[in-house]
Design a protein around this ligand. Structure first.
Ligand SMILES: [Ca+2]
Ligand SMILES: [Ca+2]
Ligand SMILES: [Ca+2]
Length: 557
């Protein structure tokens, strides 16, 4: 989906792209004659009011009408990633990817998208040569995640200025590599999925094994979350101190990101719930449900939730969308259907934890002032002026039905958390922080790493999809390597096989280890590896609890 401002009328229209049903059928022999159009092309619709929808014309024989004709090995089944970017003359252009069912595809462009037919054209190379997954604007250019099975060395990031023609085919734009697969990683994600600009950098989250990088304006890049390794641009260690998947092997996609209210949010697809009903259910069920994280500096990450925001059958954060009313979380739940959550803290103008008459008063007393920025939260209707209409809209979003103050819930969290490991007998971890003046005591939580050897005994038997069984030791010896490489065994199961083969470390859930009124805590029983994560919450005199600090790993090991 994307909102596009039409060049001729200046009117905003919402465009949405669908996926054709052809993927259900046209892998069958009877449907493979490219000259026969048994299924219509994937459709694109637009609306000006959200209620009345219009189809973008797709006359057979035109570019848009022939999107059902498979001209490349990577099929065309639907639209996936949208963005808008004006050209040098200020002409608005809508870009979209036409992808196969997995989401791999190529980029198309139009400055008059509702005209359909030949008003669209392909502007990236063949998806067989440059398989593009997600596109995003960054520094007035288009950045694209690139990668597919067989694409050399895993995922890459390319960019185009969407102006310079490709030397090989001047009808298309030149795409230049920014981050390339470097071959020094045994397991590298096949593609990257999510992209978000934050504090001037472009953050990119990958498919599994999941890692997070950030690209700077000069196209140098940092590893934020993932495995330390040698790259073509030097040795990189994860700046957050967190390994693949935020230390969880079950985070299979870094699926979506959004910049909201001063923080960068990241939501995952967590495949652990696929273990329901298997012998591993009881061992890993504390992981079920997507993970959601946030950071205010890109490096220090807080856990918002690791269990699907209260429903552990919520497997992924498919979308994070920022609106004037707050951040929407679109969650997939393969059992009972989607769930949508809203965080509206951006409307808590005085930051006291409640949206109430005090916040409405701030809006009313700013009446007739121009908005300070396009995203000024007081200008809820985004017309550029703060008016009573904005105050009326605020009143629909109060924490309590009558917009009364009710019980406030806001306590500032501690800051500057550090955890230092001392390898003695016994080992110790000193945890220190700065406290808000309103806090009366603090609660300290720890999460321990556990290697799979400890969780899965070698003699444990695991049923295979074909009905036979196998022991953990057999898997460790490589018995499933070939079936996994051949794609005979489901990918989720093979991710677990890979984790067993590597004896991956899995982070257990956080648990309370102590409380104190001091600004430090001495952990006298940390795991000897010293590899734990810590966070702290503050509590005030009336028992209100703050948000947690970002989780920190120990230093000084
Ligand atoms: Ca989880
Ligand atoms: Ca408030
Ligand atoms: Ca307004």
């Amino acid at each position: 989906m994307a909102v596009f401002t039409e060049n001729d009328t200046g009117v905003e229209r919402l465009y949405i792209g669908g996926i054709s049903a052809s993927s259900l059928y046209d892998t069958l022999p009877g449907y493979q004659d490219p000259a026969v159009r048994r299924f219509p092309a994937p459709r694109m619709l637009w609306t000006e009011d959200g209620t009345t929808w219009n189809a973008v014309p797709q006359t057979p024989g035109t570019f848009f009408g022939d999107l059902n004709v498979q001209t490349e090995k990577v099929n065309k089944r639907g639209f996936r990633s949208f963005l808008t970017l004006p050209d040098a003359n200020g002409v608005n252009r809508l870009f979209a990817t036409v992808s196969d069912l997995r989401g791999v595809g190529r980029v198309i462009e139009s400055s008059n998208p509702s005209a359909g037919d030949n008003a669209w054209r392909q502007v990236s190379p063949s998806a067989d040569d440059l398989p593009i997954f997600t596109i995003a604007t960054y520094r007035d250019q288009i950045y694209a995640t690139v990668g597919d099975d067989g694409f050399p060395n895993g995922y890459a990031i390319y960019k185009t200025d969407a102006a310079t023609p490709d030397a090989a085919d001047p009808s298309r734009y030149q795409f230049m590599p920014v981050v390339v697969g470097d071959g020094s990683q045994l397991m590298r994600a096949r593609t990257a999925i999510s992209m978000q600009e934050f504090h001037g950098d472009l953050y990119v989250g990958s498919d599994r094994p999941t890692e997070l990088i950030r690209i700077h304006p000069d196209d140098t890049w940092d590893l934020i979350v993932g495995a330390a390794r040698m790259t073509t641009s030097g040795f990189k260690v994860p700046l957050s101190g967190l390994n693949k998947g935020f230390n969880s092997m079950f985070n299979g996609h870094f699926y979506s990101m959004a910049a909201y209210n001063g923080d960068l949010y990241l939501g995952t697809w967590d495949w652990s719930q696929d273990l329901i009903g298997t012998p591993l259910d009881g061992i890993f069920n504390y992981q079920y449900g997507f993970d959601l994280f946030k950071t205010d500096d890109g490096v220090h990450w807080s856990v918002i939730d690791r269990r699907g925001l209260g429903d552990r059958l919520n497997s992924s954060v498919r979308n994070l969308e920022v609106t004037p009313f707050g951040l929407f979380v679109g969650a997939t739940n393969p059992y009972f259907g989607l769930q949508i959550f809203l965080n509206s803290t951006v409307l808590d103008l005085n930051r006291d934890g409640v949206i109430d008459n005090d916040d409405i008063y701030i809006v009313v007393s700013s009446q007739n002032q121009p908005a300070e920025s396009p995203s000024d939260p007081r200008d809820l209707d985004r017309d550029g002026v703060i008016t009573l209409h904005d105050a009326e809209l605020f009143a629909t979003q109060c924490t309590h039905p009558d917009c009364s103050h009710g019980a406030p819930s806001n306590v500032d969290p501690p800051t500057g958390l550090e955890a230092v490991f001392q390898n003695g007998t016994p080992p110790l971890v000193g945890v220190t922080w700065n406290g808000p003046s309103t806090a009366s005591r603090y609660h300290v939580f720890r999460s321990d790493p556990t290697s799979l050897v400890d969780l899965l005994p070698p003699t444990m038997t695991i049923p295979l999809p074909n009905g036979s069984t196998i022991t953990v030791q057999d898997i460790r010896n490589g018995a499933l390597d070939i079936p996994c490489q051949a794609g005979i065994i489901p990918a989720d199961f093979c991710a677990l096989v890979q984790a067993v083969r590597e004896n991956t470390t899995s982070t257990r859930g956080f648990h309370w280890i102590g409380s104190t009124s001091n600004l430090y805590f001495l952990d006298t029983s940390p795991p000897a590896s010293g590899d734990s994560l810590y966070y702290v919450v503050a509590e005030d005199a009336s028992g209100r609890i703050s948000e947690p600090t970002p989780a920190v790993s120990t230093v000084g090991r």
